[in-house]
Design a protein around this ligand. Sequence first.
Ligand SMILES: [Zn+2]
Length: 232
Amino acid sequence: MASNRRAFLTATATVTATVTATATATAVGVLAAVSAPAAAGTAPDTAAAALDELLAGNRRYAAGRPRRPRDIARHRRRLAAGQHPFAVVLGCIDSRVVPELVFDQGLGDLLCIRTAGQVLDEAVLGSIQYGVAELRVPLVLVLGHERCGAVAATLDHLRSGTPVPGHLELLVAEIAPAARRTRALPGDWAEHTVRAHTAWVRDAIRADSAFAAASVVAARFDLDSGLVSLLP
Ligand SMILES: [Zn+2]
C-alpha cells in the first residue's frame, strides 16, 4: 500500500514536473519575442548586481546628481522592440516616492508596482510573477517610506475605532497587523509600523514558491535625506 502510494506520488510528481516544464517552456517561447532584451549584456543579470545598481542610483539621487534620463528618445526607440527590466519594485503610491527617480533609473529599467502602503493583493502578486517568471527579473525590492499616509490612516483607525470608508478598508486591513504588533514598542509607532509592515510584505513574497527564482528584499525610503536603507 505504502509503496503503491509512493509510486503514485512519484508518477504524479513526474507528470506535474513535465507539465510545468512544458508550460514554462511554452510561456517563455511565446514571450521571448515580446521580452527579448533590448540591451542584452548591459543590465544587471543577478540579484546582487541589481541591488548594487539600485543603491548606487539612490546615492546619486540623494546627492542631487542623477544621471537619468539621458537620451530618452533614443532609449524609447531601442526599447520599442522589447523590455528587459532588472528589478521589480513594489512601492507606495506616494507622489514623493517615485521608484525611477529614487533609484535614478530610466525607461525600461524597473518594473514598478505601486499601491498605497505597498499592500499586496492578487493583482500585485500576479504582476510580480509576470516580472519574475516571464521577464526573468532577478530582484524584487519592497519599498516602504517615512510618513506613509496609508500607515497614518491605519493608526488613526486603530486609535479611534471609527469605520474605514469604502475601498480604503483593504489597505487598513493589510497594514493593521503590523501596527498592532508594534503598538506597545517605545518610540514612533508610525515608523515601527512602516518597518514591520514592509518586512512582512517581503516575507510574504519570499514564502511564495511562485517567486522562488528571485531574491526579495525590503527597504525604507527616508523623505528627508532621500536615502534608501535595507531593512533587516
Ligand atoms: Zn505611503
